[in-house]
Ligand binder design. Structure first.
Ligand code: UDP
Length: 242
């Protein structure tokens, strides 16, 4: 028999860039469908799943596209970009027969639900995948921080960051072949060494609330389910090794 999942409720953060596939901008529907299949596999294990999707494939408040704009206005554009991605992921999950709800931090009544913490938890208890859109609803934040915030608020056991590589490395492994992957790091290791895991506010929030972070490859089919069973390749960020 396969190992039972180690977690009851999890939040998966996927960056907007992960949805681009081989494109340079926007959404690749095949890639979104593939990621949706991995999420469905985890829901089938009986794990309650919620998602935060970034917006970097469309617009970032600090990007060149926003150059010259007032930062707050640019950030609102970035938050709206995450709503586009959330709807794309919702569509892909529903095609697989999953029940889903999008909840936006910026109310958008005819498109999705507003963010309501208790309702989000109830949806997950009923087996629905909840997609948190529009980040924290505040400029000057990122979707990494939104992911840590929602994971803590909704009582998730772990925050997963699906990235381009299979964990946290000492340097970018795509540029530096001698880079080594860490199995375990503490929150302070990440902050002190300025490792590219998540931004400092997301790490601090996770640390203050004892929320473990697992970094794994979103592009490796089946990796999400493997991590749920404590298998596969990943880096754990927590004060004590699991
Ligand atoms: N954003 C924001 N507040 C939030 C979350 C996101 O203002 O709470 C804006 C910000 O401009 C950011 C953009 O939305 O650059 C897209 O989010 P992010 O860069 O985190 O996306 P990712 O890198 O994960 O694709």
């Amino acid at each position: 028999m396969e190992d039972a999942p180690r977690y009851r409720r999890v939040l998966l953060k996927v960056s907007g860039e992960a949805l681009m596939g081989k494109r340079e901008y926007g959404i690749c529907t095949e890639t979104v469908a593939r990621i949706a299949r991995d999420i469905a596999e985890v829901v089938e294990l009986g794990v309650q799943v919620c998602l935060v999707i970034g917006g970097g494939n469309i617009f970032r408040g600090v990007s060149g596209a926003a150059a010259g704009m007032e930062r707050a206005s640019a950030d609102y554009m970035g938050m709206l970009a995450t709503v586009l991605n959330a709807l794309a992921v919702q569509n892909a999950l529903e095609k697989l027969g999953l029940q889903t709800r999008v909840q936006s931090a910026i109310p958008m009544a005819s498109v999705c639900e507003p963010y309501i913490r208790r309702r989000a938890i109830r949806h997950m208890e009923k087996g629905r995948v909840v997609i948190f859109a529009a980040g924290t609803g505040n400029p000057f934040f990122t979707t990494d921080t939104a992911a840590a915030l929602r994971a803590v608020e909704t009582g998730c056991d772990v925050l997963l960051k699906g990235t381009q590589v299979d964990g946290v490395y000492s340097a970018d492994p795509r540029k530096n072949p001698s880079a080594t992957r860490y199995d375990h790091l503490t929150y302070l290791d990440v902050l002190a060494r300025d490792l590219a895991v998540m931004d400092a506010s997301a790490i601090s929030l996770s640390r203050e609330n004892g929320l473990p972070i697992i970094v794994f490859s979103i592009h490796e089919p089946g990796a999400f389910a493997a991590v749920m069973r404590g298998k596969g390749i990943y880096t754990l960020v927590a004060d004590a090794a699991a």
